[in-house]
Ligand binder design. Structure first.
Ligand SMILES: *Cc1c(COP(=O)(O)O)cnc(C)c1O
Length: 230
């Protein structure tokens, strides 16, 4: 994809975001665009930076570490959004600002332990599994309060909210119903942690439904960079 196409894609996406914010009577600045750059080359991230994007999401650690190293000259903010094996927790804690996919206390403890003392606390979302057939990742809603209680005291982490990847659906009403469950789960958790402020939900194909239900971070890959090969 050339830079002009990328710029057009980003402009269209921001237009979608603003339009849906307006429809939902929300302030578009309250919705952050996280550009999912997994499987995209370093040059695509540089081009997206030139188009104004600063927040980038990666799912595969080895690929991400190479990109982060190659892009050290740019002021980018990196988010880890993929499944986490415990032997990868250290590298994630050392190289990312955010992790959206925490679903076990063991991973949270390791991320906290390995977060370097000189860095700001790692910003954390707990991944919740709201349509349990769809994915093996994520904590079940009923297990969330216990996980929140265990994560809150960890000194290297700042718990911000929830992330979800609902089962894909072509129906707007179905998409909204799933995202509404995430919003309600966050609302309930505020009884334990009043400062929770983040709903990481919505991708290229269901961003509008997520914004309508309160998303504060939308994670968008293909609508920015084009279809991925994997
Ligand atoms: C790949 C990925 C995305 C982006 O998906 P698109 O459909 O390309 O927008 C968002 N979130 C997660 C966790 C992903 O793995």
């Amino acid at each position: 994809m050339n830079e002009q196409q990328l710029q057009d894609n980003i402009a269209k996406l921001l237009q979608r975001l603003r339009l849906e914010a307006q429809k939902s009577q929300r302030i578009s600045e309250d919705i952050q665009l996280l550009a999912v750059s997994k499987s995209q080359p370093v040059e695509a991230v540089r081009a997206a930076f030139r188009c104004g994007l600063r927040q980038f999401g990666e799912s595969y650690l080895q690929e991400a570490l190479a990109k982060i190293a190659a892009l050290r000259d740019l002021p980018l903010c990196w988010h880890f959004i993929g499944p986490i094996q415990s032997n990868k927790a250290r590298a994630i804690a050392e190289n990312f600002a955010w992790v959206h996919s925490v679903d076990r206390v063991k991973i949270a403890q390791r991320l906290s332990r390995y977060r370097p003392a000189g860095m700001a606390p790692l910003q954390i979302c707990l991944q919740v599994n709201i349509s349990s057939e769809a994915s093996k990742s994520g904590v079940l809603p009923e297990a969330l309060p216990q996980l929140v209680r265990e994560v809150l005291p960890l000194p290297g982490l700042q718990l911000r909210g929830l992330m979800a990847i609902p089962a894909p659906s072509a129906e707007l009403a179905q998409q909204r119903a799933a995202f509404a469950q995430v919003r309600e789960a966050l609302q309930q958790l505020r009884a334990l942690a009043p400062d929770l402020d983040t709903l990481s939900m919505g991708m290229s194909d269901d961003m509008e439904a997520a914004i309508a239900e309160g998303a504060t971070i939308v994670r968008v890959g293909s609508a920015i960079f084009g279809a991925r090969k994997r």
